[in-house]
Write a protein that binds this ligand. Sequence first.
Ligand SMILES: [Zn+2]
Length: 223
Amino acid sequence: MFRHDKLNLYLFIVLVGLQALGVVALLTRFQWSYLPIMLAIYFWAGLSTTLYLHRYLTHRGFEMPEWLKFIFALGSAVSLAGDPVTWVGDHRYHHLKSDTDEDIHSPLHGFPYAHMMWLVRKPADFRDKSLRYAADVRKIWYCRLWERPYFYIIPHLLVAATLYLEELDALRNELSIGAATNGAKPPGRNFAAHTPPLPSSVRENFPFATPATRAPASWSKTR
Ligand SMILES: [Zn+2]
């Protein structure tokens, strides 16, 4: 019975750590401009798991263009849903052995195992058993590549780094405006980042008119 198998402590810490990182987001300052990005990633990741990994790749319920398959496979890697070969193998095995002792995520083993506990307590020989049912997925080059964890986390890290650097850039712009205006607060966080530079003809006639060197009179009222 798999419930007595060894706990994969490393994976357990990673999974709990990722949830904790999500809570840390509460400490950041929310901007409405984040919302569309958040929703886009949410739907991309959600459809990549339910529509692509489950309905398409595991059950072959329908067909879709090759480029769309890749976009969804990428989305499943960005959301760290599990590499496609393992995901499909585990899921086909689950259907094959539904609600028997060999089903690793049946509610009959208790709620934690129906949810996520099975991820960190798989029997040692389970991978060999389940992979037999995912041979077709292994023929897809990017699915085969993502069986290696180091390649699998690259899309996730790239998206995270892009969002982080974008945020860092906006913060740096805000700080430089704050310093140039003696601490007067600009009206919006990304004011400088989204304000195009003034044409040189305007700058020559109004040398102090650039937002980086002079705050509008309305800001200084609050000082
Ligand atoms: Zn299914």
